[in-house]
Design a protein around this ligand. Structure first.
Ligand code: FAD
Ligand code: NAP
Length: 403
């Protein structure tokens, strides 16, 4: 059987993927995804606050040999309401035939937009196509957005705008639909850190998913994959094209070694897997977890599990940073700094240090605080601290899974 995704016909793809399951060929992959089943969905956050969900995917038959620290990749579809909005703006029926982005086989526009193309990203080429077919005021506006020496104009226009906005903003401009889809980016799979250990859940992967949404230019934009998993996938049916994404993010093979884990927000996910794994292995090494969210009342993810783990000795220490429960923000790196002496002692004792979650701000803040601790408590110079953490990374004692 050919190893490529057959999404040109949704039914064909599902039938083919199921027949792979029946033949029990163990090689599901990114190019040949397994249809996982959403077995359970549970909201971890308080009403009206951030929506973070615990989602259990059934993977029986997938032969995913997953380990704590791995991620799962899923192929979502777009919101059908968005596809319909776009078709209306394009004055298209959806029956028009356009080429499949990978195979170039012709398929109906509606299905292509539903399954294969990103409606979020507005590539320059798409606006250029509109400009080339525009006239009058619409052409003038597009020329101003695309002016080569002012990237800021393109960035300013595209910020918070998607492909639907483009079609709605230039209603007089008709573009050939085959050229239109050629300018769109492909709809890519999304990765999610696995929040369970295969020792405890061999036929399931647990996920901790922040359901994203944002208001831009008067319309609510729903994150494609998080809302797909949290809202649109039916429970109990093999439905979600999935693959295993192996990672280098790993607990120590030596069970005597201590670990420090920093995972605010959805960054907690792999550490739930780590702690389950260390517990199943009866590891003697100590587990220290730093967790943060906005509010204790609504955002203390897996609170009961951590409290039970503290009680039964699986978790040795839990430091919490609820950023918005007091006037001045408190973040996980502030808690690290407060515990600087112990953090340094654990590191000197051979502990492994892990960070998961937001790459842009949190991981940087944690790294800066670690360097500060090495200097203030460890007595290292700035340069020595740099060398120290470089060595830790080289020896896989400082690992990050940030996104
Ligand atoms: C290794 C790895 C592990 C990860 N683990 C996790 C995890 O454990 N949990 C987790 O929650 N995430 C995790 N992520 C992030 C995850 O892969 C997704 O990026 C995240 O869920 C958002 O995907 P989405 O499809 O829901 O949103 P997208 O559709 O990709 O949207 C992203 C953002 O763009 C904006 N947007 C969306 N639609 C529009 C629009 N129409 N117009 C304008 N703006 C728009 C929204 O503000 C939205 O927040 C991980 C990422 C990586 C790389
Ligand atoms: N690139 C970005 O601008 C950005 C920002 C946030 C999230 N994200 C993405 O959102 C997802 C994770 O979101 P999430 O809702 O699970 O968690 P999150 O947004 O990372 O929030 C979890 C906690 O971290 C706090 N936080 C905010 N900035 C921080 C910083 N600089 N250092 C340390 N902690 C900080 C938050 O506080 P407050 O909210 O009170 O500040 C909150 O208490 C990831 O995909 C991440 O990449 C991206």
């Amino acid at each position: 059987m050919k190893a490529c995704i057959k999404l040109a016909n949704g039914k064909g793809f599902e039938a083919e993927s199921r027949s792979m399951q029946l033949m029990s060929v163990p090689r599901y992959s990114k190019d040949y995804p397994f249809l996982a089943t959403v077995l359970e969905r549970r909201c971890l956050t308080g009403v009206g606050k951030k929506d973070i969900q615990h989602i259990v995917l059934g993977i029986k038959g997938s032969e995913f040999a997953y380990e704590a620290g791995d991620s799962v990749g899923i192929y979502p579809t777009n919101h059908i309401e968005d596809v319909e909005l776009l078709l209306t703006a394009l004055q298209a029926t959806g029956e028009e035939m356009v080429p499949h982005p990978k195979t170039s086989k012709m398929m109906a526009l509606k299905e292509a937009l539903f399954k294969h193309f990103s409606l979020i990203h507005v590539p320059r080429g798409l606006l250029t196509l509109f400009k080339d077919h525009a006239s009058g005021a619409e052409r003038e506006r597009l020329e101003a957005i695309l002016i080569p020496e002012a990237e800021v104009a393109y960035k300013g226009y595209t910020h918070g705008r998607d492909v639907i906005d483009v079609a709605q903003d230039f209603p007089q401009t008709r573009v050939p639909l085959d050229l239109f889809v050629k300018e769109l980016r492909r709809l890519l799979p999304r990765l999610y850190s696995i929040a369970s250990s295969p020792k405890c859940y061999p036929e399931e992967v647990h996920l901790t998913i922040g359901v994203t949404q944002a208001h831009h230019h008067g319309r609510l934009r729903l994150g494609v994959a998080s809302n797909y998993l949290a809202q649109r996938v039916p429970l109990g049916e093999p439905f979600v094209p999935s693959f295993l994404a192996k990672s280098h993010f790993r607990i120590p093979s030596d069970d005597e070694v201590d670990v420090i884990m920093v995972g605010p927000g959805t960054g907690i996910a792999p550490f739930r897997a780590f702690i389950q794994e260390r517990s199943a292995r009866k590891a003697n090494g100590r587990n220290w977890l730093f967790f943060g969210e906005q509010h204790r009342a609504s955002g203390f993810l897996y609170q009961a599990e951590w409290e039970a783990a503290l009680k039964d000795g699986t978790l040795h220490r839990l430091d919490l940073a609820f950023s918005r429960d007091q006037e001045a923000k408190v973040y996980v790196q502030d808690r690290l700094l407060e515990a600087a002496e112990e953090v340094w002692a654990w590191l000197q004792g051979g502990a492994h240090f892990y960070v998961c979650g937001d790459a842009d701000h949190m991981a940087l803040g944690v790294d800066q605080v670690l360097h500060r601790i090495a200097q203030t408590v460890g007595g290292l110079s700035e340069m020595e601290a740099g060398v120290y953490f470089k060595e830790l990374k080289k020896n896989k004692r400082y690992q990050r899974d940030v996104y």
